[in-house]
Design a protein around this ligand. Sequence first.
Ligand SMILES: Cc1cc2nc3c(=O)[nH]c(=O)nc-3n(C[C@H](O)[C@H](O)[C@H](O)COP(=O)(O)OP(=O)(O)OC[C@H]3O[C@@H](n4cnc5c(N)ncnc54)[C@H](O)[C@@H]3O)c2cc1C
Length: 448
Amino acid sequence: MNARTITESLNTPVMGEFEVVVLGGGPSGIAAAAAAARSGRSTILVERYGFLGGSGTAACISDFCGLHANVHGEHRQVVHGIADEIQERLQRLGGLKDPHLSLRSMIKAQVYDLSAYKIVLDQLMQQSGVKLLFHAFGVGVHMDSANRIDALFIESKSGRAAIRGKMFIDCSGDADIAAWSGAPYEYGDGRGNSLYPSMKFRINNVDPERAKDGRNLLPKLMEEAEARGRKFPRKGALMRPQINHIEWVANATLVKNPDGTAVDGTNVEQMSYGEVEGRRQCWDVFEFIKSVTPGFENAYIVDIAAQLGIRQTRRILGEYMLTEEDILGCADFEDSIGVNGWPVEAHTATGVTIKFANVPHSRGFNQMPYRMMLPEKIDNLLVAGRCASMTYDGQSSARVSGPCLVMGQAAGTAAALAIKEGIGARAISIPALQARLEANGAFLGRKW
Ligand SMILES: Cc1cc2nc3c(=O)[nH]c(=O)nc-3n(C[C@H](O)[C@H](O)[C@H](O)COP(=O)(O)OP(=O)(O)OC[C@H]3O[C@@H](n4cnc5c(N)ncnc54)[C@H](O)[C@@H]3O)c2cc1C
């Protein structure tokens, strides 16, 4: 009766067999699923929520970072392919702003409407022929052998089930499939800490004209309040007007465990604590903003993100690890699948540190190697998005939406190639992959 474990005996029904099984519907997952399905492969996308977008919707991100780079002082979009299509579809719904300057005007980012983004991604999946499975939580894998995954286990309101696949693409953000299948990975900075999460919130009824000055004044107002003893979770508040200028999104929180470490997105106890603490911080910071900031006197919180925004957890140890040196040195790779121009943006206990490549004196972006998506040990698995093979610092850059879309499109295309040839992900022809990516609009960064 008092045993610490319970042994279960399970007979799990197989609910389907697909050529490509994608876990996670964030930017990497949607691009992976669309690319695989468009290559003619039966593809299922498994997502725990009832909508797509990943952190980009669930954590209220509302801003594409990493689509652009500062190329010798000129701001250019450098991520193309499925990214272009998402932008065009958003534009048709009136859900995309022109790119704006960000991070001390060094680089551009682009605001999108959260609801329009959800609709666009539904359409993208449906029109690409992807089978969507919402409200399904991936919980484990069944292995054929030590190196081959046979099926993904899911749990949902309909019970436990298995989904068989030929190729699996882990876009869970947390390298869930990789961890369950025994592929090696790292967590955070290797000392038990990781990038710090934030809870974002949306503000409505802002007076847009007065708020422009208000936003510039806010850091000083916060500093003065701090000198009087007021506490804030992080220095300053990132406040950005949305498509309708009476709506703003705020990034003003930093969620720590009681011992000061970053809340771990793979630890259910810490996540439970973090959600409550994140919402508490939102309300607390907003009360201050509203009480002192011109333009925000009549504003209110219209929405707090559905989940705490997790920046980094597990990252696989792949055939290549993308490093900070690669980002800052604008590295080239023979097996380039696309590029990333976002700087290293580390959210640490003391605040945010930004490191750019030497712009405007460099081309401002690095190529991303196919090998960063290949986990050690497992032959029929690709890992794309923020849990791909990157060092702690490398991931502090290439975790944003732009490079995640790049990895996703390449992973879906590579999975389809592997199935066509009847080989593992490691064995595919890189020139064939690159030719397909370029034919489908991707920019591999080879022309500079
Ligand atoms: C606070 C914050 C602010 C950010 N700001 C920006 C920004 O302004 N611009 C920008 O471009 N990027 C920003 N980022 C980074 C960016 O949003 C993410 O890094 C990016 O979304 C990662 O994409 P992904 O596809 O790897 O994973 P995610 O977006 O994390 O998506 C993973 C998906 O998998 C699903 N999932 C996970 N595990 C399971 C499971 N076991 N079963 C079923 N489903 C599962 C999740 O529900 C989710 O939908 C920010 C991140 C945070 C946390």
